[in-house]
Design a protein around this ligand. Structure first.
Ligand code: HEC
Length: 108
């Protein structure tokens, strides 16, 4: 019985690390970085987040829309099937932060 309790303790203690939600930075690294680069400073202007130019708009809602629906006819695909709306909002905040000319948006 004592052993059982010890095993249970070890298992539950290890769980939080495994079940931890990926951060926006984690999602970006896995899903976006290949095209948009680690620092958002992609060599192709339309894919660059750091040059102060946003073809689809720099407002959080506009950025969320591009991530959600993609940019039809380009390599930017829709991510709505892969992420929750919360994750998309977090990603929008994350990619926006590459543009130092933008003011950070207050948390709702
Ligand atoms: C296969 C390459 C590719 C991947 C992966 C990719 N994108 Fe894109 N993304 C693009 C391209 C190409 C464009 C430019 C679209 C255009 O010309 O309208 C773009 C545009 C964007 C824009 C609009 C930029 C602007 O100037 O308005 C945002 C925001 C964006 N991507 C976010 C993301 C996020 C977040 C991810 C990861 C979840 C991601 N992208 C993954 C290729 C990619």
């Amino acid at each position: 019985m004592k052993l059982m309790a010890a095993v249970l303790l070890v298992t539950t203690a290890a769980l939080p690390a495994l079940a931890q939600e990926p951060t926006a930075a984690d999602l970006y690294r896995v899903k976006c970085q290949a095209c948009h680069m680690a620092d958002g400073n992609a060599p192709i202007a339309t894919m660059n987040f750091a040059d102060g130019k946003w073809i689809h708009g720099s407002k959080p809602a506009e950025i969320e829309k591009v991530i959600t629906d993609g940019a039809p006819g380009t390599a930017m695909l829709s991510f709505k099937a892969q992420f929750t709306p919360e994750q998309i909002a977090a990603l929008a905040t994350f990619v926006r932060s590459f543009d130092k000319s933008l003011k950070p948006v207050k948390k709702k």
